[in-house]
Design a protein around this ligand. Structure first.
Ligand code: ADP
Length: 305
């Protein structure tokens, strides 16, 4: 059996003469919060729509629990989806919206709706009509709607888009709780890597319809780790000193700058060795590759939408 909950093989979607999504091979493990990262128009929604059955792939191989989606009758009942605006009835309460969907799915349990409302922090809204909800409340209700039927996989398209900082924290906490306590696998898209990095355990970077990188959160943090940045008048003279110290993982960034990626604790020793070699240092700081820069580098430095 596959070690992945969800796997796609060469997933593609062609519109007329161009591919909105091309040859995407995603690998999502059970219990993961998988961040689908990409600029606007990269193809994230199209990928999620195809996995959810809302769009027909031009070529489709999707497997859930190691079984091909097209062959699994229960495939769609295992997936809860929130793509674009949640389909809510504005004149009804949150509980009534949830009840309607519950009945539609054919679920009988009684206590179901109150516990769902508690889960998404809407236990106190009473009979308030959904049309009077804030955007954050709507998004949380949308998540509750997607949870009806106990899906194994929750697919959420830009659920934090447009939310204020408080709303973002609320959604993040709900999702982290779902993954930790219910072992629900979550696929969430966003163009905000920094925000996603506060909850995701793995990432797929989408650019111009293609998956350009899949990486675990731990690996991403390693790649965006701290480094020493040294500013000189003539860095060329400094490299033999670093070499002599056994420091090999560094980069001469430009005429004035060297970045050292290893042995950060030896910064004062480096300073001393350079001074002894009569190499003038303008500044020496410990910095970090920002997630934003990492993302920009991956996409060839194009401006981030
Ligand atoms: P994202 O979710 O990353 O912002 P989308 O998946 O919405 O990106 O869009 C990917 C590309 O596919 C975009 O160029 C978009 O304009 C195009 N696209 C999406 N839906 C359609 C459609 N129904 N017909 C033609 N082009 C589409």
């Amino acid at each position: 059996m596959s070690q992945y909950l969800l796997e796609t093989n060469a997933l593609s979607k062609k519109y007329k003469d161009y591919f909105a999504v091309q040859n995407v091979n995603l690998h999502i493990k059970r219990g993961e919060i998988y961040g689908l990262v990409g600029k606007n128009g990269a193809g994230k929604t199209t990928i999620m729509r195809m996995i959810s059955g809302l769009a027909t792939p031009t070529s489709r191989e999707i497997s859930l629990f190691g079984e091909m989606g097209s062959k699994v009758k229960t495939y769609f009942s295992r997936i809860g989806v929130l793509i674009e605006a949640p389909g809510l009835y504005g004149d009804m309460s949150a509980a009534d919206n949830l009840t309607l969907k519950k009945i539609g799915i054919g679920l009988q349990e009684k206590d179901y709706i109150p516990s769902l409302l508690r889960l998404v922090g809407l236990a106190d809204v009473g009979n308030k009509k959904v049309k009077n909800f804030s955007l954050g409340m709507r998004q949380r209700l949308g998540i509750a709607m997607a949870l009806i039927g106990e899906p194994d996989l929750l697919i959420l398209d830009e659920p934090i888009n447009g939310l204020d900082p408080e709303g973002i924290v609320e959604v993040r906490e709900i999702l982290m709780r779902l993954a930790a306590e219910r072992n629900i696998t979550i696929m969430i898209s966003s163009h905000l890597l920094e925000e996603l990095s506060k909850m995701a355990t793995a990432y797929g970077f989408i650019h111009k319809g293609e998956l350009i990188k899949e990486i675990s959160h731990d690996q991403l943090m390693k790649e965006c780790k701290e480094y020493i940045e040294i500013q000189f008048d003539a860095p060329r003279l400094a490299t033999p000193v670093l070499d002599q110290m056994g420091i090999t993982d560094y980069k001469v960034v430009n005429q004035q700058t060297i970045q050292v990626y290893e042995q950060l604790a030896r910064n004062s020793e480096i300073n001393l060795a350079l001074a002894k070699a009569n190499i003038g240092i303008r500044s020496m700081t410990i910095s970090r590759v920002s997630l934003e820069d990492y993302f920009l580098n991956l996409t060839g430095g194009e401006t981030h939408a």
